[in-house]
Design a protein. Structure first.
Length: 289
């Protein structure tokens, strides 16, 4: 028969992209675990369908469908190596990740799919040395904090002895709360002092943040008996490289208020790093984090 006579006699299976006779297409589609076939106005030139190659909109190379990642909100297409490299590079200096072509922010699903996992297991509490990725990101975090006028939001943050991997954080301004009343009864230093230690794998792993002083009453403010902060956000299971330190600090501050934090005025000793680590590990085990 001529091509004109065959115009409506072939359909392409949407699952495997193989041409099928209109008399067999439905049974074939069922076997491919799809519900519907797409009808083409003309038959294929041959029974062997050539795989469709798609161009990456970043490197312009062509890839098969399973090697292409399509962003949720803008539908731009990239090969996985290109878009993952873009995400990793952006995370070193920023927490806002956008499409490399149109600057539309990536969706939550895209972030989960594309943000790389921690490259290696590291000592979360006492990093021996830094890394270029962590150093770049920490510089960006500090700049963001300094530009946001943190004192107005009730906190301050700064490196200890110019060490980017060790920060002192002060929380204050808990107006009209019992915590504020407790702080006002202190003879000096009417703020909460925290210490943050960043691993060399940051931002792919969370910092370890603990209270140094003053001590809190047990089971108040989501502070453990050892001074570590009871938040899933600060565990490996709850952490995301997209978290900003500004948001983390404000979350801790809010959690103190919502958790009804009260100071233990009978105990004047600072929390130690060792007791904070022990309490943190126990918290992670008990909560399954």
């Amino acid at each position: 028969p001529s091509l004109c006579q065959m115009d409506d006699e072939y359909e392409l299976c949407p699952h495997c992209s193989e041409p099928q006779s209109i008399y067999e297409i439905f049974s074939h589609v069922d076997s491919c675990n799809t519900k519907k076939a797409k009808t083409y106005s003309s038959p294929p030139n041959s029974l062997e369908q050539v795989p469709t190659l798609i161009s990456c909109q970043k490197c312009d190379s062509k890839f098969s469908n399973d090697q292409i990642y399509i962003l949720d909100d803008c539908s731009h297409r990239f090969c996985r190596p290109c878009i993952q490299e873009h995400v990793s590079a952006t995370l070193m200096t920023s927490t806002t990740i956008t499409c490399p072509r149109c600057d539309v922010a990536l969706s939550v699903r895209d972030m989960k799919d594309l943000i790389p996992k921690s490259p290696q297991k590291s000592d979360q509490f006492t990093p021996k040395k830094g890394s270029s990725q962590a150093t770049h990101r920490l510089k960006a975090e500090l700049k963001q904090i300094y530009d946001s006028k943190p004192e107005i939001q009730g906190y301050s943050a700064a490196p200890i002895d110019d060490n980017l991997y060790n920060w002192k954080i002060k929380l204050f301004g808990f107006d009209s709360t019992e915590l504020d009343n407790d702080l006002n009864r202190l003879k000096k230093k009417k703020y909460i002092l925290l210490h943050a230690v960043f691993p060399q794998s940051f931002p792919f792993e969370p910092p370890f943040i603990r209270v140094i002083r003053p001590r809190f009453q047990f089971r108040t403010g989501h502070v453990t008996i050892g001074g570590s902060v009871c938040m899933e956000l600060l565990t490996k299971s709850g952490w995301s490289p997209a978290n900003t330190m500004e948001a983390v600090i404000l979350s801790i501050r809010l959690q103190l208020i919502e958790g009804g934090a009260r100071l233990d005025r009978a105990n004047k000793q600072d929390y130690t790093e060792q007791e904070a680590k022990v309490a943190f590990d126990r918290m992670v085990r008990e909560h399954g984090w």
